[in-house]
Structures are given as C-alpha cells and as structure tokens.
Design a protein around this ligand. Structure first.
Ligand code: OGA
Ligand code: NI
Length: 333
C-alpha cells in the first residue's frame, strides 16, 4: 500500500472551501491571473470525412506547422467506442479507494494509478489523479495494471486502441507528405509496428479554488503525437501568441497534439504545442490522452532527408529513452 500518497480525489471528497497550500500555484501560473479573457483564436478543425484526401492531408500539415494542435471530426472512431471508453474509465475512478490502490504505480514504474508524488521544483502539486497503461503493441502491454473493474474495461480499451491505429497511420502519412516525403517515412522513423501507444486517464475532481490551482501544469508532450478525448467539462488551455486561452472543443471531435518527437523529426517544422489544464469548481473533468511514441531504443533526430547546408539540424539525435530521461528529470536536452 502507498498510504503516504494522498489522492486528489480523497482531498476533494472532504469538500473543503480552501485548498491545501501546496496546490496554490505561483502568480505567474495561476489560471485566474493568467488566462486571457479577450477574443481568442480557435484551434483548427480538420474534417477527415470530406472525401478529398489531398485537402485533408494539407490541412493536417498546416495545422501541425502553425499550431501544433488541432481537432479532427469524422475521424472514423465510432461515437459508441469513445462513449464506452469514457464510461469504463469513469467507473474505474468511481471505485472505492482501496480498490484503485491495487493498481498503484510502483516505484520507478511508468504504468499504474497515481498522483504526482514528488513535488515539483517550486514545491507545488497538481490537482489531478491518473491511470497510465500501454494499449499497443501487444508485446508492450502489461495487463496486471489494467483495471479488472468494470469487467468490460479491457474489451473497450482494446477496441478503442484498434481504431486509433488506423487514425494514427493516416495522420503520420499526411504529416510525412507535408514534409515533402513519402507517406511511410514518419511511421518508419518512429519504429513502424513497434510504435507504442500509452493511454493516460486524467481525473480532475471538483476544486474549491480553480482560479489558484492547475490540473496538468504547462508542458509539451514527450510523444510523437497525442490523441485526446475529453469529457464534457472544459479545461484544456493552449499557449499561443504569448497568452493562455481556453481551447474550443467540438463534441465528438478528437484533439490531436503534436509532441516533441515530431517536432524533432521534422527539424522544427511541426510544433510541439505548450498546453496545460484548469479544473472546475463543481464538476469532475476527465480526459483520455493516448501518447503515441517510439520504442525506448529508437534513435530520434531530424530526418536526414530534410537537412542540407541551408537547413542544419536543430536538434540532437538520441534514443527516445534518453530523451525521456532528460525531460522527466529536467536535464538539458
Ligand atoms: C496531458 C494533458 C490535457 C487534458 O495529460 O498530457 O495535456 O486535456 N492533458 O487533460
Ligand atoms: Ni499533454
């Protein structure tokens, strides 16, 4: 048991009207002070069902270059599959605390149920609990960290993962073409059939002071690309033109983040977007990002096809696991 780890869900269940001081962000971070309230830009929406693949490919590439985040509609993942994924995840987080603790993240492991344990540099904590587990490829999946309850948890998560394979294949194809390369290049550079799909479920309970706390603090994703499903409670914020603003969201869309690995492979053409999440006073927010990343040993660097005398490498090449180690430990890249 990891009784020393107090879950945010347990703190929220006390219905305090203040938050413990370690959740109060610095003034530079507090959403109440730093969220831009003027007219905000809208993140791009790409219709994947328009029938004109070349146009879709171009829209995806432009959004990845200019924004690093976009939404896709008519993406081919059935509404019922997404609804089942959300229902199963919600039912897991609604289980009694001791049941969830069976899946508590073990020391040094990435997968399992948890709360950010080690305090961040400024000594602050984030208002979120989470569950992490790989969903693909089969050789990377450890079912011992998958909830046994609800009973159909495994079935619905496997079904969702299958749909994502097709979606990611298409996105990588279009993003390769956007670099002037053949459709298979990015997939192969990321490890082909060994590309790993890591699901995270974020659980952000109601928070008495959403103006002072953050869910996930400002970051770019370590992945190549992230496919995210939110619930109906807003909270995702994007940093652009020097301001933080609330991301617009279309019901049933999927949110696509470009992560660090695609920024590196594209030598900076595609942008890894800076984002964070706010929390809600009355409602529980949840989200289901799937981080699509190379296998640990894969060496990632700017694609040689993109480099010449005028276009020098802006990033070092190194194993994904080394990149990850540096990022997690906040070491220079
Ligand atoms: C993350 C993240 C965003 C969200 O977990 O990396 O950015 O909307 N989540 O919950
Ligand atoms: Ni993120």
């Amino acid at each position: 048991m990891e009784l020393e780890t107090q879950r945010v869900q347990s703190i929220a269940s006390l219905h305090l009207d203040v938050i413990p001081p370690e959740f109060i962000r610095s003034e530079e971070e507090q959403p109440g002070l730093t969220t831009f309230r003027g007219p905000v830009p809208e993140i791009p929406v790409v219709d994947m069902g328009g029938g004109d693949e070349e146009k879709t490919a171009e829209e995806v590439a432009v959004a990845a270059e200019e924004w690093g985040i976009f939404q896709v509609v008519n993406h081919g993942v059935p509404v019922a599959t997404v609804a089942a994924l959300q229902r199963a995840g919600r039912e897991f987080f609604e289980l009694p605390q001791e049941e969830k603790e069976k899946y508590a993240m073990k020391e040094g492991r990435m997968e399992g149920y948890g709360t950010k344990l080690q305090k961040e540099l400024a000594g602050k904590k984030a208002w979120v609990d989470f569950l992490f587990h790989n969903v693909w490829p089969p050789a990377s999946v450890d079912f011992s960290v998958w909830p046994e309850n609800p009973p159909d948890y495994r079935k619905v998560n496997e079904e969702y993962a299958q749909h994502l394979l097709t979606l990611v294949e298409n996105l990588l194809k279009w993003l390769s073409k956007g670099l002037g390369l053949e459709g298979h290049v990015l997939k192969m550079a990321l490890g082909g059939d060994e590309i790993e799909y890591l699901l995270k479920i974020n659980y952000y309970p109601p928070c008495p002071r959403p103006d002072l706390a953050l869910g996930v603090v400002a970051h770019t994703d370590l992945s190549a690309i992230t496919i995210l499903v939110p619930n109906e409670v807003p909270g995702l914020q994007v940093f652009r033109d020097d301001v933080w603003f609330d991301a617009n969201y279309i019901p049933n869309a999927l949110i696509i983040h470009i992560g660090d690995q695609l920024e590196i492979l594209s030598n900076g053409k595609y942008k890894s977007v800076l984002h964070r999440t706010t929390v809600n006073k009355e409602k529980t927010r949840m989200s289901w990002p799937v981080f699509v990343s190379p296998p640990p040993e894969k060496i990632i660097g700017p694609l040689p096809e993109l480099l010449d005398d005028e276009n020098q490498a802006k990033f070092k090449s190194k194993k994904f696991k080394e990149y990850k180690y540096c990022k997690i430990n906040k070491l220079p890249q």
